[in-house]
Write a protein that binds this ligand. Sequence first.
Ligand code: CA
Length: 225
Amino acid sequence: MRILLVEDEEDLADIIKKGLEEEGYSVDVARDGEEGLYMAENLPADIVVLDIMLPVMDGLSLLSEVRKKGIATPVLLLTARDTLSDKIKGLDTGADDYITKPFEFTELLARIRSLLRRGTVAKEATIRIGDLEIHTASHAVKRGGGTIKLSAREYALLEYLAYNKNSVVSRMEITEHIYDETFDKDSNIVDVYMNYLRNKVDRGFEKKLLHTVRGVGYMLKGPEE
Ligand code: CA
């Protein structure tokens, strides 16, 4: 999943970016409101983490512009003060949730996961596909009772396929949602990671869950579907 972080405080932005990347998210950072607006309109983010107090254009104006343009990406606001009026204004402008600074990183993660689950096939914290279980909070993956150990990148790919289960996702969609702007889109890294995933998820099982749809992309599908 790909996150756009709009935050002008460099130290905080770096910490959040690093922490999210360790969890397998890819993160693009904008340092002011105008850059944030441009990136929100032009990059395929799954969620926007948006600071309110920003140079050039404040977060609420950015949010208002984004919503006017019909962009429905979930937005999590970072508010500096714990004041009710900021929160109400934020929610009225089209934010989906907010978190007050200073916050615990674990709480930020929980709110991001909760927003990502909305509007997807997976309303539960655990996604089940056949005998495969993906626990989105702990990133634990199990199949047939056994635990599958995945790297952060492998997990990110599996989770993206799981959120889109039973639908074909193209390589382009995968690269757009799993990797950030600095990623070389011409490389065959998606195929490489798909091979890793197959070895870990499907190898040794009679029913394969990961499918290649020739010329189109990949699909994670339960055996009964
Ligand atoms: Ca700020």
